[in-house]
Design a protein around this ligand. Structure first.
Ligand SMILES: [Zn+2]
Length: 325
C-alpha cells in the first residue's frame, strides 16, 4: 500500500470510521478485551474562565426532595414537571453544587455542600478539591449564600472540626442573626428545630472566624453580595466579575429549573417568606436575562452555569458550552 493511502486509512480509523480498505487495520483492535466497568461515579469538576478569574464548579452530590415542596398553581407544576419526564409519585433530584473562585490572588469557595450530614449521596466536595490538586487548608475565604445544611454543613468535618482550617467564613449578618440565634431556635416549631443544626455546627467549629456582612457589600475585589432575601432572612447571591464578565451565583434563589424558570412565581415550602422569595427571584431573573449575565445555581444540573432569556410567562435556560483554555 502506498504511504499516502496508509495515512488516510490511519486517520479514518483514528476517527472511528473504518473503511473497506481500513477494515483490515481495525479488526485486530476489535478483538481486544473490554475495559472493566468502573462501578462508581467520577468526581465532577468543571472550570470556567471569567475574565482573569477561574470559576470551578464542584459537584457535592445530590439530595432527593418530594414534589410536594413546590407551592403554586398545581396544573403549572404538573405541566412543567411532566414535560421533563419527572414522575409525579417520585422525588425530584436536586444536584448540590459549590463554586470555587480563583481570583489569581486567593481562593474563595462559595457554598460548601452538605458533608456527611445529608446521607451518602452528597459530601463529595473534598474529593472534588483533591481532584483539582487542592487541599482544604488552601481555601482563604468561604462565602455562604444562606445557612441551610446543603450549603453550610460542608464547612465542618465529620468530627466537628473546621474543614477549612485557614479560612474566614462570611455570612450575611441577617442570616447569622436568625440561624445562630438561640432565641429564634427556641421559638421555632419542634419539627423545624433540626434546620438550625448546620448553623450550630459551623459556629462551634469556626467561632469568631465567621464574620457577618451587610447584604450588597463587596467582600473581595470582584465578588459582591447581592441581596436576595426571602428564601432565608439574609439570603445572598454573589456577583463575580472580572474584566467586565459577570457571573451571578444564585444560591437558592431557585431550586427546580424545570418549574421555576418558566414559572418564577412558584415557590418552595422551605422559603422563609414566600412573597419575598418570589419577588427576589423575579427581580434578579429579569435583570440577568436583560443584561445577559451568566448565572450559576447551587441546584442546577452540573456544572450549573448558563444564561436566561425571556420566554413565555418566564424564562428559558441555556446551559453554557464547554470552553477550551
Ligand atoms: Zn439549597
Amino acid at each position: 500500500m502506498n504511504p499516502r493511502r496508509r495515512h488516510v486509512i490511519a486517520r479514518l480509523s483514528a476517527l472511528g470510521l473504518p473503511t473497506l480498505l481500513g477494515a483490515a487495520l481495525t479488526l485486530p483492535q476489535m478483538a481486544r478485551a473490554a475495559a472493566p466497568l468502573a462501578g462508581s461515579q467520577q468526581v465532577s469538576v468543571h472550570r470556567l474562565k471569567l475574565g482573569k478569574f477561574e470559576v470551578t464548579t464542584l459537584l457535592d452530590g445530590f439530595i432527593d426532595v418530594p414534589i410536594g415542596v413546590l407551592q403554586g398553581e398545581a396544573a403549572h407544576i404538573r405541566e412543567h414537571l411532566e414535560a421533563v419526564g419527572q414522575k409525579m409519585d417520585a422525588p425530584m433530584r436536586f444536584p448540590v453544587n459549590a463554586f470555587l473562585v480563583n481570583t489569581g490572588s486567593k481562593l474563595v469557595l462559595i457554598d460548601a455542600g452538605g458533608a456527611n450530614m445529608l446521607g451518602p449521596t452528597a459530601g463529595r466536595l473534598p474529593a472534588a478539591l483533591a481532584a483539582l490538586g487542592l487541599n482544604p487548608g488552601q481555601i482563604d475565604e468561604v462565602y455562604i449564600t444562606h445557612m441551610h445544611g446543603d450549603h453550610l454543613h460542608g464547612t465542618v468535618s465529620p468530627d466537628g472540626s473546621r474543614l477549612f482550617p485557614n479560612a474566614v467564613i462570611r455570612i450575611a449578618q441577617a442570616d447569622l442573626d436568625y440561624w445562630a440565634n438561640p432565641k429564634v431556635e427556641a421559638a421555632a416549631p419542634e419539627n423545624q428545630k433540626g434546620r438550625f443544626a448546620a448553623a450550630k455546627r459551623a459556629v462551634a467549629a469556626y467561632g469568631d472566624r465567621i464574620k457577618g456582612f451587610a447584604l450588597g457589600q463587596e467582600l473581595s475585589p470582584g465578588i459582591k453580595s447581592v441581596s436576595a432575601v426571602g428564601h432565608t432572612p439574609g439570603h445572598s447571591c454573589y456577583m463575580v466579575e472580572s474584566e467586565g464578565q459577570k457571573l451571578l451565583l444564585l444560591g437558592d434563589l431557585m431550586h427546580v429549573a424545570a418549574v421555576q424558570f418558566p414559572r418564577p412565581e412558584i415557590t418552595v415550602a422551605f422559603d422563609w417568606k414566600q412573597d419575598e422569595a418570589r419577588a427576589s427571584r423575579k427581580a434578579l431573573f429579569e435583570q440577568v436575562a436583560r443584561e445577559r449575565i451568566m448565572v450559576g445555581g447551587a441546584h442546577l444540573a452540573f456544572p450549573g452555569i448558563g444564561r436566561l432569556r425571556a420566554a413565555g410567562n418566564g424564562y428559558a435556560y441555556d446551559p453554557i458550552l464547554w470552553q477550551l483554555f
